[in-house]
Design a binder for this molecule. Structure first.
Ligand code: ZN
Length: 276
């Protein structure tokens, strides 16, 4: 709604006289709608972050699975490399063995035999590495399988919670559309000057432009209202505003029960407090 218009067209001491209640009642109803609209808008705004939080365990499980799968892959590569080394070592010792018969002296033979033993020892070391790799792969595959189970479980939980949030979102958007339609209807029934003022207060306060007096306090800012002003809000039909937060005050209780004899004085012509 247009705030500039609100400031220009509505005099501070505008008096509604006896028609005030008829003016304020639709405004009170409008405020109820507005508050619910704000509440819904806020709830809807939080849905994406709630969804993100609900998805966190699934993201973690997927990350673990990804890490485990990468670790398995790396270990398989390493095992293959060691296996190729074993094959190369085999080919090498085969050649060495073949040369044994060609050797002439015992010294040469002994030296070659020693080299052959060394080569066999090296091969056995590489084979140990292959075995270690295989053990590690088995462990990693087990962990990867557990991670896969976690992903599946987390997916189920996430799907359910997402469904709940999706349903909430569609329910809220339907309600919001309905409330906004009611808001337009009600706005049309409020006196334009008062509506403009309401809009201006709403924009300034970011919440309710009207405040009931409860327990002698303004329900908007929770500050104590001077007793004289409380009495005037109860008794007179003038528009009064909270001297602290400038919200339009209204009396939400039984007027007769609280009415004291001295309150029967002439109602004030002036609006109390200042507009924003
Ligand atoms: Zn106040």
């Amino acid at each position: 709604m247009d705030q500039r218009r609100a400031g220009k067209t509505f005099p501070r001491d505008f008096r509604y006289g006896s028609a005030l209640n008829q003016h304020l009642s639709p405004l009170i109803e409008l405020q109820k709608l507005d508050l619910r609209i704000m509440e819904i808008t806020d709830q809807r705004r939080k849905i994406p972050e709630r969804l993100h939080a609900v998805e966190a365990p699934l993201r973690e499980a997927k990350q673990l699975l990804h890490d485990m799968s990468a670790a398995v892959e790396a270990s398989v590569k390493e095992r293959r490399a060691h296996e190729r080394d074993v094959e190369a070592q085999d080919a090498h010792t085969d050649k060495m063995r073949a040369r044994l018969s060609e050797l002439k002296t015992n010294k040469e033979y002994q030296a070659h035999l020693f080299e052959l033993q060394m080569a066999n020892k090296k091969k056995s070391e590489i084979e140990d590495k292959v075995l270690a790799c295989m053990e590690r792969i088995e462990q990693l595959q087990q962990t990867a399988k557990e991670a896969q189970d976690k992903v599946r479980a987390a997916e189920q939980v996430f799907t359910k919670e997402k469904q709940v949030l999706d349903e909430l979102e569609s329910r809220l958007s339907v309600e919001l559309a309905e409330l906004e339609s009611q808001q337009r209807d009600r706005s049309g029934k409020v006196e334009p000057g008062l509506l403009a003022r309401y809009a201006k207060l709403k924009a300034a306060r970011k919440d309710q432009p009207l405040a009931a007096i409860k327990g002698g306090m303004c329900a908007g800012c929770r500050l104590q209202i001077p007793p004289q002003l409380v009495a005037e809000v109860k008794r007179s039909q003038d528009l009064h505003t909270c001297p602290y937060c400038h919200r339009m005050l209204y009396w939400d209780g039984d007027v007769q029960a609280d009415q004291r004899p001295q309150d029967q004085s002439k109602p004030s012509d002036l609006e109390v407090g200042e507009s924003v």
